[in-house]
Ligand binder design. Structure first.
Ligand SMILES: CSC[C@@H](O)[C@@H](O)C(=O)COP(=O)(O)O
Ligand SMILES: [Zn+2]
Length: 202
């Protein structure tokens, strides 16, 4: 079970690395392993996530602390993952820093959200109506992780979701790795498109 989950998370990490979404050791990923008790594999902190090693992930519990003896440190942002698994039926959480998601988070930061509409890719979020609207909340980038995690948790309600952290990155989750990756890619598509459109309009 654990090994299968490890390989599944390693594959997601490989795919996101191929997109160059882990600049400067940024980003963290997790995949749920068990429900009762809650355990999940999370990326070890401060590693170059483009590299593949036997120390890429560690198992943590519902408090985000290692569930097994290890010298590895869980991601500094594990607490955000903890809130998602504790509040929803999500099975996978992905966090990446990209230039485009940072620009969008800054441009719309004061509004507290970015709103997308009239985009075919919104269907990736399960919104099939012609005039569907997709909103991504934007929260301040509190340096104090418990404060950041509390602010973040206010926007965690369903097993799929996305939150932008201002001038930091995006955290996306889904009921499984397929859903989380689909949401992440669709969010990035929207951010990339929107940045280009804003530039053209100037
Ligand atoms: C150099 S990226 C800054 C980090 O503090 C953080 O935002 C991040 O995404 C990666 O932290 P990590 O502890 O490796 O999961
Ligand atoms: Zn980050």
């Amino acid at each position: 079970m654990r090994q299968k989950k490890w390989e599944e998370l390693a594959e997601v990490k490989r795919e996101l690395a191929a997109r160059d979404w882990f600049m400067g050791t940024s980003g963290n990923l997790s995949l749920k392993v068990s429900d009762e008790p809650l355990t999940f594999l999370v990326t070890a902190s401060s590693k170059d996530k483009r590299k593949e090693t036997a120390e890429d992930f560690l198992l943590v519990g519902a408090d985000g602390q290692p569930a097994e003896a290890t010298s590895l440190k869980p991601s500094a942002e594990t607490l955000l993952h903890v809130h998602i698994y504790n509040k929803t039926n999500a099975g996978c959480v992905l966090h990446v820093h990209t230039v485009d998601n940072n620009v969008i988070s800054e441009w719309y930061g004061d509004e507290g959200e970015v709103v997308f509409t009239n985009q075919e890719i919104i269907k990736a979020f399960g919104l099939w109506e012609e005039d569907a609207v997709f909103r991504i909340p934007i929260i301040p980038n509190f340096a104090h992780i418990p404060t950041l995690a509390n602010e973040f948790a206010k926007h965690v309600h369903e097993s799929n979701g996305a939150v932008l952290i201002r001038n930091h990155g995006i955290t996306v989750w889904g009921k499984d790795a397929f859903e989380a990756k689909k949401w992440l890619e669709a969010c990035e598509f929207l951010c990339q498109y929107h940045v280009k459109l804003l530039l053209l309009k100037r």
